[in-house]
Design a protein around this ligand. Structure first.
Ligand code: G4P
Ligand code: MN
Length: 179
């Protein structure tokens, strides 16, 4: 009964419940859950990674940062490996935004391989989303700054998944950002 398919459905259901009242920042206010599902799908479909814990962590990766979910809750429900990967990709919300951004750059290289895959796919999704449309209230400069900062994070994630890194490199190249 605990097949990977059943586990994945349990996980996507949990994430959807947690993000149920959240929307993306795009003008159409897309349901937030589209993002974690899209990140998991990038990992499987483009990254060629079928590891169940990595896919579960991708589905859950913003639940602690952006909802009332705790790591203890994730560990009890999905086990220590999934909870640890989510922890590795979760910003410390007690820090200022500037410090959180700096920490992502500093911590990237020290993450586990599994967390690096989730981070690569998260950045790839968000950069594609920025190319698709500008979030409400963002200037073109802010969009460009996000690309520059994301490239600094991705530098620390290299050597993890060739397909994802190649796609990210192309997006940076289009923006004139050197990786
Ligand atoms: N491109 C884009 N991003 C949106 C949209 N709606 C919500 N986001 C989220 O906003 C975050 C990027 O915006 P920032 O201003 O840099 O961060 P903030 O959420 O801490 O304010 C990402 O968080 P994250 O996934 O935690 O990733 P990260 O930026 O911390 O790596 C992204 O998922 C949207 O419509 N387009
Ligand atoms: Mn995310």
């Amino acid at each position: 009964m605990n097949s990977d398919a059943v586990l994945l459905l349990e996980t996507v259901h949990f994430a959807a419940e947690k993000h149920r009242n959240q929307r993306r920042k795009d003008p159409e206010a897309t349901p937030y859950i589209n993002h974690p599902i899209g990140v998991a799908r990038i990992i499987s479909h483009e990254g060629g990674v079928a590891n169940i814990e990595v896919l579960q962590a991708a589905l859950l990766h913003d639940t602690v940062e952006d909802t009332d979910t705790s790591f203890a809750e994730l560990e009890a429900k999905f086990g220590p490996i999934v909870a640890r990967i989510v922890q590795e990709v979760t910003d410390d919300k007690s820090l200022s935004k500037q410090d959180r951004k700096r920490q992502q750059v500093e911590h990237a290289a020290h993450c586990s391989r599994q967390a690096k895959v989730v981070k690569l796919a998260d950045k790839l999704y968000n950069l594609r989303d920025l190319n698709r449309c500008t979030p409400s209230g963002w200037t073109a400069e802010r969009v460009q700054e996000y690309f520059v900062w994301a490239s600094e994070v991705v530098k620390g994630l290299r050597g993890t998944n060739y397909a994802l890194e190649e796609r990210l490199e192309e997006l940076f190249r289009q923006r004139g950002v050197q990786l």
